[in-house]
Design a protein around this ligand. Structure first.
Ligand code: 0X9
Ligand code: ZN
Length: 302
């Protein structure tokens, strides 16, 4: 299948998901959680949802349009975990919800108009520039640090918390089952980092930060075991930069214990967001191992 070796359009991503849902009707259910600003469907893939109340690991990808590898990692995860019988035991104990494309408008714009597009594509009243940074638009310390209130900025936080329909859809969907969600990963690129909260400011940590570091390191070790690729486990505020209104902080604030942002490969600024297609496969295999570790941790602790 294609997700290993090429970047797909939004329509191709949807076709891929539809064919998996048809092939594995017992394991995979597609759930529409809302629409993007331009009216594209936002789809959550529910894997191993048997109607029970087992814990959930929630994975979302591609809130930043130019971070193309994240979409492939999410699609690869869906395909691999349902097609390989070895993962059925894990899925019997832990449900997975994957939102492979949280910013389809931005993604299509980055494919056709501006490869380096990051934001959504919404229009604001008397605005000169389109789009907000959806990862500055979540309702937790919104608008405080590492954001801009200027519409033309790459880190424009929007006109108010959840001004972006994509963020509204995601927060609503997560809140509907937040007591069951025990793990959350937002897939981004690039930098090879596993980031843990808090990220809205520096030198501020959740009370259970040692648990987050421990599981973060287990994820990094699983990645390293694949091909010796190094991912650093760091606090997002200290190790990267403070940025408020991001999804990981919001998820943590809702009581989701293991909440992370993963900055996928590459690590170098020269390759940056333009990871060559022949490297997609390895990044997918590595990230898959990390996500499996999180699912196993959630199974053992909840
Ligand atoms: O700045 C971001 O939104 C993320 N990095 S990226 O280069 N993919 O744009 C990092 C977000 C980390 N989390 C928080 N600051 N809460
Ligand atoms: Zn990003």
């Amino acid at each position: 299948n294609d997700v290993n070796n090429r970047y797909l359009s939004y329509d191709e991503q949807m076709q891929f998901l539809n064919s998996i849902a048809q092939q594995y009707p017992n394991d995979v259910k597609l759930q529409k959680i809302g629409n993007s600003y331009e009216g594209r469907s936002l789809t959550a893939v529910r894997i191993g949802d048997d109607g029970s109340s087992k814990p959930i690991v929630w994975i979302d990808a591609g809130v930043h349009a130019r971070e193309w590898i994240s979409y492939n990692v999410a699609l690869y995860l869906v395909y691999t975990i349902v097609s390989q019988p070895a993962y059925q035991d894990l899925l019997n104990a832990v449900q997975l919800v994957v939102v492979p494309n949280t910013n389809p408008d931005g993604y299509e714009y980055s494919r056709t108009n501006d490869r380096m597009w990051r934001k959504t594509r919404s229009r604001f009243s008397n605005g000169r520039c389109s789009g907000a940074d959806a990862n500055r638009n979540y309702p937790f310390f919104w608008g405080t640090q590492g954001v801009s209130h200027s519409q033309c900025s790459e880190i424009y936080c929007g006109s108010r918390p959840q001004s972006e329909p994509e963020v509204m859809a995601l927060t609503n969907a997560i809140q509907r089952e937040e007591t069951r969600i025990k793990g959350y990963i937002a897939l981004h690129s690039y930098g090879q980092e596993i980031l843990y909260p808090w990220g809205h400011t520096m030198r501020t940590y959740p009370s259970d930060v040692q648990d987050l570091i421990q599981v973060g390191k287990a994820m990094a070790a699983a990645i390293r075991a694949v091909n010796n690729t190094d991912y650093n486990v760091v606090n997002s505020g200290d190790g990267l930069y403070p940025a408020a209104g991001a999804s990981d902080d919001w998820a943590k604030s809702r009581g989701i214990k293991y909440s992370y942002t993963i900055e996928l490969s590459p690590i170098d600024d020269y390759t940056g967001f333009s990871l060559p297609e022949d490297r997609i496969n390895q990044v997918c295999r590595e990230a898959f191992q990390a996500i499996q570790v999180l699912m196993i941790e959630v199974r053992s602790k909840f």
